[in-house]
Design a protein around this ligand. Structure first.
Ligand SMILES: [Zn+2]
Length: 162
């Protein structure tokens, strides 16, 4: 079994994220002048593109609709189409920037499926490298952290010109 192992996420799992309401809705509603601080790479017509605050791997990004929806069935066609177009643009940006060996694209729907924010669905775009499950780094206590988020932001934001 191949488990993606990110010990620093325990901070997220065990302490929780202390925010009022929904993190995606909050970020979307915030002043676009604070997009860098909010790690928002791009504001589409229907979706937000942003970095994951607790990345599994370097370049772990997400696409979330502006609509606060939990149910996949409630996503409308235009939003889904833009979501996939943005996923393709992100893929291109990550390809050019990090040259990963593979990707996971997916939604975790429901807490039991691993959704951190279960009531506002979002698409993860996750670059993958052979060995990034990092089991050895846990055993060896030499944890390899992903790149710091401002660096990732600066590398990717140029692919989404304002
Ligand atoms: Zn929301």
């Amino acid at each position: 079994m191949d488990i993606l192992w990110s010990p620093w996420r325990y901070r997220y799992v065990s302490e929780g994220v202390k925010t009022e309401g929904c993190i995606f809705c909050q970020k979307a509603a915030d002043d676009p002048a604070r997009d860098r601080e909010n790690l928002i790479l791009h504001r589409g017509r229907h979706n937000l593109v942003l970095l994951n605050l607790f990345p599994y791997t370097t370049g772990h990004t997400m696409i979330a609709p502006y609509a606060h929806l939990a149910a996949f069935a409630d996503l409308d066609g235009e939003t889904m189409q833009e979501m996939m177009e943005l996923a393709q643009r992100l893929h291109n940006a990550l390809e050019m920037t990090y040259h990963p060996e593979g990707y996971n694209l997916g939604m975790n729907l429901g807490r039991c499926a691993g959704a951190g924010v279960a009531d506002h669905l979002h698409l993860h775009v996750l670059p993958r490298w052979t060995g990034d499950t990092s089991f050895m780094t846990v055993i060896g206590e030499t944890r390899v952290e992903p790149e710091d988020l401002p660096s990732t932001y600066d590398k990717l934001v140029g692919f989404f010109p304002r």
